[in-house]
Design a protein around this ligand. Structure first.
Ligand code: PLP
Length: 397
């Protein structure tokens, strides 16, 4: 008998399966609003001009291992990008380790916290959240608890803060720094301040999941404001899990960084040594290619300037598509309130339509999106926005 006989088949990942179905569909007018990846005005993947410039600069590096903590120049540049101007940065109280994009950053941070933190057993995530949060943290042995986050097209501040006020002291809370996935709804600055006060009062440890910095406003710096606020105004310790997948378009190259901002230089050193040890025992060393490109982008003034333009191009196109879609729906007098499409921000809009309607969109109109009604606005362009609006209109009538 097989050692595996009692194991059931695990269904395919919901999100990746949408892409598979999209690729298998032979209809010429199909629209993919499923995958959270930027597409240009022709619906194509976009290699950022800044990344093309970095590739031209790259030269020959061979294929040796990186150090366990990753490429030093990338770690330094990414740390400066996130923290420059904060007291933690000036006082050298930041530990960093290169990770396998944002997913690997979250795993590395959560595994390291188990050893660094005195009360590490519970982790709070928002409800809803990115589908992987629940899976990844429970896989590594955390008790995962949910904080209500969303109601009627907006962030549910009252429910969220009420639940946060009941969270077990010492627990970890995963916060989306900006462009909340899947809802596209972020706290305002005033709301962030209230969230920060509650967390400080209850001794809750923040992990800032930062997969979309630059996608809200077009400015990485502006989108990272909550992190600087927590550090400088609240003077708390925190972790940042940074992904360069979306904001540099380096998806498959898996470029990310975990950083811990601590209260002392000594603690930062300890945190870095723990991360180094966790990294060694899980992946040994991170991949080199993407980190080299990101490091060149960040450290070369002319390329960095181009990157800042690229962020504006991506965030600006998404914003204009939100407006185009909204205007089309108004023109069609589509039943319902669609203002959430323009009030939400980042890569996603959360339409609030039913699973049956999502299935109908796919079967009848060849429009692919996640069953929760999250749509990747980046999948829209001038060639398909009208068609999608008409499909949505027909579906909800
Ligand atoms: N966190 C959130 C909220 C995300 O939406 C994603 C990607 O979709 C990630 C983290 C990690 O992505 P990656 O591992 O591709 O960097």
């Amino acid at each position: 008998t097989s050692a595996f006989q009692s194991i059931d088949l695990v269904p395919p990942d919901i999100q990746f399966d949408i892409t598979r179905r999209f690729l298998a569909d032979s209809n010429n007018d199909k629209i993919n609003l499923g995958q959270g990846a930027y597409r240009d005005e022709n619906g194509q993947p976009w290699v950022l001009p800044s990344v093309k410039m970095a590739k031209a600069e790259l030269g020959e590096f061979g294929h040796e291992y990186l150090p366990i903590l990753g490429l030093k120049s990338f770690r330094d540049e990414a740390t400066r990008l996130l923290y420059k101007g904060t007291r933690a940065f000036t006082e050298n109280r930041i530990a960093s380790c290169q990770s396998i994009s944002g997913t690997g950053a979250l795993i590395l941070a959560a595994l390291s916290l188990k050893r660094l933190h005195s009360a590490p057993d519970s982790i709070y995530i928002t409800s809803p959240t990115w589908v992987n949060h629940q899976m990844m943290f429970s896989t590594i042995g955390y008790q995962v608890k949910e904080l209500p986050y969303y109601k009627d097209g907006a962030f549910d501040f009252d429910a969220f803060t009420a639940a946060l006020g009941q969270a077990k002291p010492g627990s970890t809370v995963v916060l989306h720094t900006c462009a909340h996935n899947p809802t596209g709804c972020d706290p305002s600055k005033i709301q962030w301040k209230a969230i920060g006060s509650i967390m400080k009062e209850r001794g809750l440890f923040p992990i800032f999941d930062s997969a979309y910095l630059g996608f809200n406003s077009g400015s990485f710096h502006d989108d990272a404001w909550p992190i600087r606020y927590f550090l400088d105004e609240l003077n708390v310790e925190l972790a940042v899990c940074l992904s360069m997948a979306k904001n540099m378009g380096l998806y498959g190259d898996r470029v990310g960084l975990v950083s811990f901002a601590t209260l002392s230089q000594d603690t930062a050193q300890i945190a870095e040594s723990v991360m180094q040890n966790v990294q060694r025992s899980t992946i040994t060393t991170p991949p080199a290619y993407g980190a080299r490109l990101a490091s060149i982008v960040l450290s070369t003034p002319a390329i960095r300037e181009q990157w800042q333009k690229d962020l504006l191009t991506m965030s600006g196109r998404i914003k204009s598509m939100r407006k185009r879609l909204y205007d089309e729906l108004i023109l069609l007098e589509t039943p319902g309130d669609w203002s959430c499409i323009i009030t939400q921000s980042g890569m996603f809009a959360f339409l609030g339509i039913s699973k049956t309607q999502i299935h109908h969109l796919e079967k009848k109109h060849h429009v692919f999106m996640v069953e929760t009604s999250r749509m990747s606005v980046a999948g829209l362009n001038e060639n398909n926005v009208q068609r999608f609006a008409k499909a949505l209109d027909e579906t909800v009538r």
